[in-house]
Design a protein around this ligand. Structure first.
Ligand code: SD4
Length: 331
């Protein structure tokens, strides 16, 4: 859909997203038909993220409501959680690995299928922003570890100590009883995956995390893996995951959700089917958590989780909504 066609959409204009002088233009027959179908199915900019990250979707919405791109919206929304020291599963303040080092994973994907990721990067406050630089300024998709960190400095990112006193003290406590094993628990769950549709109907997504608390040094989860922690197909929709990354990687979870939507499932049905596939491979287990959220081209959303308690946040012209979801394992 062209920008011009979108601008003719009266419901979007009414939402205050555009100024009147931009609306006037002459129409070809094709444009008239497109405009008619838009009336019944208007583009509805929206941001959606895992968990109840109200500030992240609010930030994304700030970008969307003034006509910004979905790519900027997801990056800026994700950056809010990366900077929040109280979120111990993302960015600054994230829980360290079992050796006491905070290592971060992130990826970003745009409407054209361009994508970038950083894996196990240290000392950088916003890995999603480095991932975007990988996408835009290199011929690669993924940079890992020291190479990713070096690249970030080359791009002007500052060196930051990511380990807060709180996370450090908890890690010291953990070491006393842990037997030095990384934990897989169902509470360790504040990764942000964020998806957005902009005024042009284009979809982007981002995902960023410090990964599993007290993981083995060098461990990388699903969050920076395109297809696993995040996938965007601008013709169909997008999906992102939170929870135990190993299981999401095994099932190429976010790609699966988008493919299920391609086959005609709603975002909600697709997320449920994705979780059920994972559970079918883990019969009898109830000690881990995975949640998916998804959005389709129409702006419909869905979310589903293995464990109870999963919510996802949406922000659109209707305001912000915290959406509790059903779960595979009932409370
Ligand atoms: C990981 N999927 O590293 C991430 C962890 C997570 O909410 O999502 N926590 O496996």
């Amino acid at each position: 859909m062209s920008r011009r066609n979108f601008l003719k959409n009266s419901s979007v204009a009414a939402a205050g997203l555009i100024s009147a002088p931009l609306i006037a233009s002459c129409k070809t027959e094709t444009e008239t038909n497109t405009a008619a179908s838009e009336k019944t199915n208007p583009i509805r900019p929206i941001a959606i993220c895992t968990w109840n990250f109200e500030n992240a979707t609010a930030k994304a919405w700030e970008v969307l409501k003034v006509g910004g791109s979905s790519l900027d919206a997801v990056q800026q929304g994700a950056m809010i959680e990366e900077a929040d020291v109280n979120n111990q599963t993302v960015g600054v303040g994230g829980r360290p690995d079992r050796d006491g080092n905070v290592t971060l994973d992130a990826c970003i994907m745009d409407k054209d299928g361009n994508c970038g990721a950083v894996l196990a990067i240290q000392n950088i406050a916003s890995p999603v922003s480095v991932a975007r630089k990988v996408m835009e300024d290199t011929p690669h998709v993924m940079l890992a570890g020291k190479g990713a960190e070096k690249f970030a400095y080359e791009k002007g990112f500052e060196k930051v100590d990511l380990l807060t006193e709180k996370s450090k003290q908890e890690w010291i406590e953990w070491k006393k009883t842990s037997e030095y094993k990384p934990i897989i628990n169902i509470e360790n769950h504040d990764t942000i995956g964020i998806l957005a549709i902009d005024k042009d109907g284009d979809i982007s997504g981002a995902c960023t995390t410090s990964g599993m608390g007290y993981k083995y040094a060098g461990r990388v989860g699903d969050s920076p893996i395109i297809g696993a922690g995040l996938f965007v197909d601008n013709e169909i929709g997008a999906a992102t995951a939170t929870g135990v990354g190993e299981e999401v990687v095994r099932t190429v979870g976010s790609f699966l959700i988008v493919e299920l939507m391609r086959q005609g499932k709603s975002p909600q049905e697709a997320c449920e089917e994705g979780v059920k596939r994972i559970m079918a491979k883990n019969e009898g287990r109830n000690d881990f958590q995975i949640g998916f959220i998804a959005i389709n081209k129409k702006g419909e959303t869905g979310g589903y989780c293995i464990q109870p308690g999963f919510t996802y946040r949406t922000y659109s012209e209707d305001g912000h909504v915290n959406n509790p979801t059903e779960s595979f394992i009932k409370a």
